[in-house]
Design a protein around this ligand. Structure first.
Ligand code: CA
Length: 232
């Protein structure tokens, strides 16, 4: 066990789940505190000293979604949403409202820790100051200065749209990006929600970077929500 500096706020009204999360955090040496209401969450965040929020959406006083909206009016603190299964629409809405990521119940302590590490890493390089403009993931490499992509030793020929899409994933590695967010970033606001265009673009990109596009190694589909470039 090692001590960490991060202070994590657990917002969960289910006693069992709260106990499970807190135990996992303790094992990893994180500092944490827990509250079981939305109001309690807002008060703790306002008081400060919180680096990351684990937020259940179904809270007894008001909806966790409202917590996200309120907090985003004044804070960029990472928010990891914990939601029940089969609430894809809710997950996507939470992300579009400014949550950073989500976990679906039931989840393992390993999954939870992996998500927390991603969120904390993004927090540390929050200003988008990548120390390097060459980013890699396994055999895939992107040079953001030269607009070049390599798979192993060979350079891949990308359309400008495919390149922009891949660059977007590399800059958000480990984070789930909603379909709506990706469409806005690639086609611009006002394009609406033409998910078919994105699916087509994604299929083209996968054919170029994935050995088996049906079993992607780099960019996975988060069903009903969007896509995520794998971090580990
Ligand atoms: Ca709940």
């Amino acid at each position: 066990m090692h001590e960490r500096d991060e202070n994590i706020l657990v917002v969960e009204d289910d006693v069992q789940i709260c106990r499970f999360i807190c135990y996992a955090l303790k094992q990893e040496g994180y500092n944490y505190q827990s509250v079981d209401t939305a109001q309690g969450a807002l008060e703790s965040i306002v008081l400060g000293h919180i680096d990351l929020v684990l937020l259940d959406l179904g809270l007894p006083d008001f909806d966790g979604m409202e917590v996200i909206k309120k907090v985003r009016e004044w804070s960029e603190i990472p928010i990891l949403v914990i939601s029940a299964r089969d609430q894809d629409r809710e997950k996507a809405a939470a992300l579009d409202n400014g949550a950073d990521d989500f976990l679906t119940k039931p989840f393992s302590a390993t999954e939870l820790m992996a998500r927390i590490r991603v969120a904390i890493r993004h927090l540390r390089k929050n200003n988008g100051n990548y120390s390097s403009t060459v980013l890699t993931k396994d055999d895939l490499k992107i040079d953001l200065d030269k607009h070049l992509v390599y798979l192993g030793e060979s350079e891949l020929h990308m359309t400008p749209m495919e390149y922009n899409l891949l660059a977007l994933f590399f800059k958000n590695i480990g984070k789930v990006l909603t379909t709506r967010y990706i469409i806005q970033m690639i086609w611009g606001a006002g394009y609406g929600e033409d998910t078919q265009a994105l699916r087509t673009l994604m299929a083209g990109l996968r054919r170029k970077i994935e050995a088996n596009p049906a079993k992607p190694q780099y960019i996975v589909t988060e069903i009903g929500v969007g896509y995520r470039m794998k971090d580990i």
